[in-house]
Design a protein around this ligand. Structure first.
Ligand code: FAD
Length: 509
């Protein structure tokens, strides 16, 4: 066997497979589970259907780009519905606030909620828009590992570039930026929560990540009919049409190198498969530590502390009633954001009064629950797995903390009596099902004012012919970024193999 081997069939692996196959490469994708899509999995039981992992889809242009590689149209594979309000927010003082798509209307609502907050919101979005623009030009659609990869300083150092570097606001955190624009605790909590998309603390993450707000508010929140599961299903269909070979139930244990070059992979059970080049969609740290090892692993970890992003507990609740006051996406905020972030990111313990995210997809697709019922997905972020934390012991107590929070703050007083089906996902389950770093949902934490936004690069500096794709590689976690990561890894590989390097064209679009 030769051609390209891809380890892992998460969104990053699937995006890489589609892009490489579209550019004429022979691709074999190896996935240890018996489904494709990784964390974008589905749970169906007793007439209820739950997306198990991601539920909020933003930046569909990334998917469009992947489909267009082979001249296909995303609309022929996926039916995306735009959601407005984007989120409904519930606060412990009884305030309910919708995050609306229309920025003028949203600003009016916020000025009514507390004087000046709407104007502050607009100012925040202006900064977010600048930062998103800088990300588009310097971080996205190209293989990046550090600041020097983003800009060719010698060739490009002009006044404009300097302005761009300064606009990254490297001396500020997300929380600093939010505080400069809004003073109301509720509005600040809402804006700081965008950084939860990358599982990191707003108090420790660089301000450049405020750009995430613009990527959502400006480009919309989308629901794929059939659930987010429809995204990997559509990519797998495209990949099959393009001739990708899928092998599920195959766990790779080693990447074999020869003279510093990736040559083959060895699966559990000893099967050896020779490849010209290898793309790993497995967690980047675990790829180097467990599949490569030796000097490459030492080189990879030198000088950079790589800490897992947060983990989480998900409750999948099948109910015999619906809650009409919920929107499709809801945030039920903690009583005190600092207490919550301190618990999760500093103390490494579950927050005593957490923020709960609820997805109630029956608002958009009633078929997810039996008639009159509701398929509720409740996610609470927790610390990544710490030594001695046994979630089989911790889950029952924390489940009660979560349900009490929903009763107290989101008006779901009778939820416990309404449950007819229940299942859960813990940090340990996330760790074991997806083989991630310490149970992390979102790859590596984005902490650090200067280097926080940089993730391991897509083109390995340690092993020739090895490429990294997925939420723990550049540009980072979340559906759009993991998909883009797959595209970038494929583009870098293709250009190294003498194919067409489309990165420059796309970055300019
Ligand atoms: C509960 C939860 C909620 C989330 N909510 C959102 C959300 O609302 N919006 C959003 O944008 N993102 C969300 N995310 C994050 C998003 O799901 C991820 O960032 C994204 O799906 C990661 O994709 P990935 O390509 O990195 O791979 P993963 O999904 O981690 O897949 C990697 C694949 O590689 C396989 N693999 C690993 N090692 C090997 C090996 N050695 N051999 C063979 N196969 C291997 C694994 O089995 C897995 O299938 C959420 C995640 C979770 C868990």
């Amino acid at each position: 066997m030769s051609g390209i081997g891809i380890i892992g069939g998460g969104l990053g692996g699937l995006a890489a497979a589609c892009t490489l196959a579209a550019r004429g490469h022979k691709v074999t994708l190896l996935e240890r589970n018996d489904w494709l899509g990784g964390k974008a999995a589905v749970l169906e039981q007793d007439g209820f259907r739950f997306d198990m992992g991601p539920t909020i889809l933003t930046m569909p242009r990334v998917l469009e780009r992947i489909f267009s590689e082979s001249g296909r149209r995303m609309e022929d594979y996926l039916d995306l519905v735009r959601l407005d309000p984007q989120w409904r927010c519930f606060y412990d003082d009884g305030t309910v606030l919708d995050l609306k798509q229309d920025q003028a209307e949203m600003a009016r609502d916020l000025n009514e909620l507390a004087p000046g907050q709407g104007d502050g919101y607009r100012a925040f979005l202006k900064v977010a828009s600048q930062l998103s623009d800088v990300s588009d030009r310097f971080f996205f659609w190209k293989a990046v590992e550090d600041l020097k990869d983003t800009m060719d300083f010698k060739a490009q150092m002009s006044l404009d570039t300097l302005k761009d570097v300064l606009s990254l606001r490297m001396h500020r955190t997300v929380a600093d930026q939010v505080k400069r624009n809004v003073s109301d605790r509720r509005v600040a909590q809402m804006l700081e929560h965008f950084i939860q998309y990358v599982g990191s603390s707003p108090l420790a993450s660089p301000a450049v990540l405020c750009g995430i707000a613009q990527m959502q508010v400006g480009e919309g929140v989308w629901y794929p009919m059939g659930g987010t599961r429809a995204v990997p299903a559509a990519l797998a269909k495209l990949a099959e049409e393009l001739g990708v070979t899928f092998r599920t139930g195959v766990e790779v244990e080693r990447i074999e190198t020869e003279g510093g070059r990736a040559r083959a992979v060895v699966a559990k059970g000893g099967e050896r498969m020779a490849f010209d080049k290898v793309v790993s969609n497995m967690d980047s740290v675990r790829t180097y530590r467990e599949l490569v090892g030796g000097k490459a692993w030492e080189g990879f970890q030198k000088g950079r502390k790589r800490e897992a992003a947060c983990s989480g507990v998900v409750l999948y609740l099948g109910l015999d009633r619906g809650y009409d006051h919920l929107a499709h996406h809801d945030f039920v905020f903690s009583r005190d954001a600092e207490e919550e972030f301190d618990a999760i990111y500093n103390k490494g313990v579950p927050a005593p009064d957490p923020t709960a995210y609820i997805a109630a997809p029956a608002r958009t697709e009633p078929g997810v629950a039996p008639e009159g019922g509701e398929a509720l997905y409740v996610l609470v972020h927790t610390p990544y797995l710490r030594p001695g934390q046994d979630w089989s012991q911790m889950l029952p107590g924390y489940r009660q903390v979560i349900l009490d929070k929903l009763k107290r703050t989101a008006g779901l007083e009778d939820i416990e009596e309404r449950i007819t089906f229940e299942s859960a996902l813990t940090p340990q389950d996330i760790n074991d099902r997806y083989k991630v770093l310490d149970g992390a949902i979102y790859g590596l934490a984005s902490h650090g004012k200067v280097l926080g936004a940089f993730k391991p690069g897509n083109r390995s500096r340690q092993v020739e012919g090895l490429y990294l794709a997925g939420g723990s590689a550049h540009p980072g976690p979340g559906m759009p970024m993991a998909l883009m990561s797959g595209w970038i890894a494929a583009d870098a590989l293709d250009s190294d193999a003498g194919g067409r390097a489309a990165g420059a064209d796309v970055a300019a679009e």
